[in-house]
Design a protein around this ligand. Structure first.
Ligand code: ZN
Ligand code: ZN
Length: 747
């Protein structure tokens, strides 16, 4: 026989040749030995064209009498390892051609091969033709169905099995584990209970894997109390079971319970493994329990165990969810096991904590070190671009998505549509959307909401109709897009109809965000009283945005009485929100009611409420430049203010007069003008004009609503400098062009 090290280096191709030479003298028994040896040593050979050589080898060398059970068995197992359905089929046909009569062992292997290589129908055909079946046969069929995602079929086969009169045919731990997994996947707790009932009736002694599968099944189906009962009833609880219970609590969002049981486990002196640590970190992440998280981390370090990538990602994820990116970073920096999963956890962490620039920087680093991003990495990078409104960076991420071949995948494609829309580039959003070969509700929503945000109400509704025609069911997010589209396009009647149809036609529960849209729709159209009636008809208006929407409409329509009612209601819901006081104060100011305004200011002072600092930013050559009102921190401050002065002069000549109603403080006219003149968005716009070539559009972003003066000024600027200026404020996009804004002066 040839030495095993010899085989290790050689491909199956050479092995087949060697077999050819040796087979003349080999009896079937040694042929099997070689095949067995080969399967042990060379299971990682993938490049070899197995099909051609297997068949050649079999046809040329293996005479009927020589082929036997072990050889077929080994080769079929090899097909499973290498996931080669075609070769499995060739082996099967060779059996039939050569008249070989498989015994139950080969049949079981055939079922297993077909099921695991993705052809469950063939597996079933083999199964149906068998005259005699063992427990292994039934298990192979049940597991095959479970793994292929056919839980109900698995359950049917199991019931058939129990009907068989053969007394030896009893379900094994393997059967039970497979069935429980199917119940978890299908979220079918009723079937799970039936499996549980079978276990109780038959008195089968469950091993630890079957028991954890049962705990896991109940937890995944959201019945964590049942999971706990199963857990408590067990005489002996080993680490796998404890971990399943902790993970179960984490899955159901009960972080505290999970940590309690983790503490119990430690008290019992059970040896904790990597999965336990991962679940414990998951629990701390839910609770935002940074201190506990740090303690578990210290234990992990003390345990001196080799850290795998999953425990590392759980650790990074825990720190990120506890808003401690410093420690997350430390974990990341200190390990040399930076897999794509860990990079992605880190990037996601930054994005979740609003550190979008850091997220993108890390994404670039990841590419630079040659790591391949996965769908989640791309989605998070694109989300960071969207919230930074970094169109150029978004485009770069897009090109990486294309390079990686993910373009056709639904998930990143939908985030791409969303990114382009949020970055104010609806054309590119549309282009990506139309190139998608398949669309799901997420992609439609991205497109519909994108259009609505850009004031393209009619287009949004067109997409909605198209979506229904193509057979995609809308969800609650779709209706947020549809209703706000109606609102922006002033389609009051149509909006009402869509709102009424939600429950009756689509079975979608009306949520607070839909009420907000309706209030906006009515208020925007000037139907303020109806909007107030509408709010009063809602059982529990708990979203402050409902009142805030009405309040800002009152300001625009100068309906001060209703505005005050709205503001008071709003202050009940969120007494500490500065913007309510500011809006109320603005309304008093616009009517010159300085006493009432002073009262609001003193209330704010009493409650120690500061205004949200307004800031605006613009991205120039991949760098974010942020400005606050009267900012003098920018290195090009002098130039910015000089440009601002000359622009202001030209604007005055063109007929611009400052709007000063939106200024909070009761100042002298000239001071007011000075202050609004240096609002953050104006500084960002002037800087944008300075640092980009003539004719190109500029994009500016503001964390608050654009004030009336900046809105007016930007209209003038767009005409004077002949530029398209796109401003995204806290609510929507404003496309300023040739002296007009896409919002029609309502925002
Ligand atoms: Zn302003
Ligand atoms: Zn506007």
């Amino acid at each position: 026989m040839l030495s095993s090290s010899y085989y290790q280096k050689k491909s199956w191709f050479f092995l087949a040749k060697i077999l050819k030479h040796n087979l003349r003298v080999c009896r079937s028994i040694s042929c099997n030995a070689i095949a067995t040896d080969f399967t042990d040593k060379n299971s990682n050979i993938r490049d070899f064209n197995f099909s051609v050589h297997t068949t050649n080898f079999l046809h040329e060398n293996v005479r009927l009498s020589e082929a036997d059970t072990n050889m077929y068995g080994n080769l079929l197992q090899e097909c499973v390892k290498m996931k080669r359905l075609l070769d499995g089929k060739i082996l099967h046909s060779h059996m039939i051609e050569s008249g070989f009569e498989p015994d139950i062992f080969v049949y079981n292997n055939l079922i297993n091969m077909y099921a695991r290589c993705g052809s469950i129908l063939d597996a079933r055909q083999v199964f149906d033709r068998m005259a005699e079946r063992s427990v292994v046969t039934w298990n192979a069929m049940i597991t095959g169905y479970v793994q292929s995602g056919y839980g109900v079929e698995a359950w049917k086969v199991f019931r058939e099995m129990r009907k068989e009169s053969n007394a030896d045919l009893r379900e094994t731990n393997h059967t039970i584990t497979s069935l429980l997994k199917a119940c978890s996947v299908m979220d079918d707790v009723e079937m799970g209970r039936q499996v549980h009932g079978v276990v109780v009736k038959s008195g089968i002694e469950l091993n630890v894997f079957a028991r954890s599968a049962m705990v896991d099944m109940y937890a995944k189906c959201g019945r964590v109390d049942d999971a706990r009962q199963v857990f408590d009833k067990m005489a002996e609880q080993n680490v796998v079971l404890w971990t399943a219970m902790i993970a179960g609590y984490v899955q159901c969002g009960q972080g505290e319970e999970a940590l309690n049981i983790f503490a119990d486990m430690l008290k019992e002196g059970v040896n904790v493994n990597q999965f336990t640590f991962s679940s414990a970190f998951g629990a701390c992440a839910i609770e935002g329990g940074l201190e506990q998280g740090k303690q578990v981390h210290a234990m992990l370090v003390k345990s001196d165990s080799e850290l795998d990538v999953f425990v590392l990602s759980a650790l990074v994820d825990m720190y990120a969810k506890c808003e401690n990116m410093e420690d997350a970073c430390r974990v990341f920096d200190r390990t040399d096991k930076r897999s794509e999963v860990l990079w992605t956890a880190m990037i996601t962490g930054y994005a979740q904590n609003g550190l979008d620039q850091e997220a993108l920087q890390l994404f670039e680093e990841m590419l630079w070190v040659g790591m391949k991003p996965n769908n989640f990495t791309f989605a998070n990078a694109l989300r960071a671009c969207a919230s930074l409104v970094a169109l150029e960076l978004g485009r770069q991420v897009h090109s990486h998505v294309i390079k990686s071949g993910y373009e056709l995948n639904l998930f990143p494609a939908s985030t791409l549509v969303d990114m382009y829309a949020k970055c104010g580039n609806i054309e590119d959003a549309l282009e990506v959307f139309e190139a998608m070969p398949k669309r799901n509700v997420v992609s439609w929503n991205a497109m519909i909401t994108g259009c609505a945000q850009h004031g393209l109400g009619k287009e949004a509704l067109k997409f909605f109709e198209q979506m229904k025609q193509e057979g995609t069911d809308p969800d609650h997010i779709t209706f947020v897009g549809v209703l706000s589209a109606c609102s922006h396009a002033g389609l009051v009647e149509q909006g009402r109809k869509y709102f009424d149809s939600m429950g009756s036609n689509y079975g979608i529960e009306v949520r607070q965000e839909h009420y907000v849209c309706m209030v906006d729709l009515l208020a925007r159209a000037g139907l303020l009283d109806e909007a107030e009636h509408f709010i009063n008809s809602i059982a529990l208006p708990s979203d402050p945005l409902i009142w805030r929407t009405l309040l800002s409409a009152c300001r625009i329509y100068s309906n001060i009485e209703l505005g005050i009612r709205a503001a008071k209601n709003l202050l009940h819901l969120e007494p500490y929100n500065a913007s309510t006081y500011v809006l109320l104060s603005n309304m008093y100011a616009s009517l010159g009611k300085w006493d009432d305004r002073a009262h609001v200011s003193s209330m704010m002072e009493k409650m120690r409420i500061g205004k949200d600092p307004g800031s605006s930013w613009i991205i120039v050559q991949n760098k974010v430049h942020t400005f606050v009102v009267g900012d003098i921190s920018h290195p090009q401050t002098d130039e910015i203010y000089a440009n601002m002065e000359s622009l202001a002069g030209k604007m005055k000549e063109a007929g611009y007069v400052a709007e000063t109603n939106s200024v909070l403080h009761d100042m002298e006219e000239e001071n007011k003008e000075y202050s609004v003149g240096h609002h953050s968005e104006k500084l960002a716009i002037v800087f944008g004009l300075m640092s980009s070539s003539p004719g190109t559009p500029i994009r500016v972003f503001k964390n608050l609503r654009v004030c009336a003066d900046c809105h007016k000024a930007t209209k003038f600027i767009s005409k004077l400098v002949e530029r398209e200026i796109i401003v995204r404020d806290a609510n929507r996009f404003h496309h300023f062009k040739e002296g007009l804004c896409s919002c029609g002066d309502y925002w």
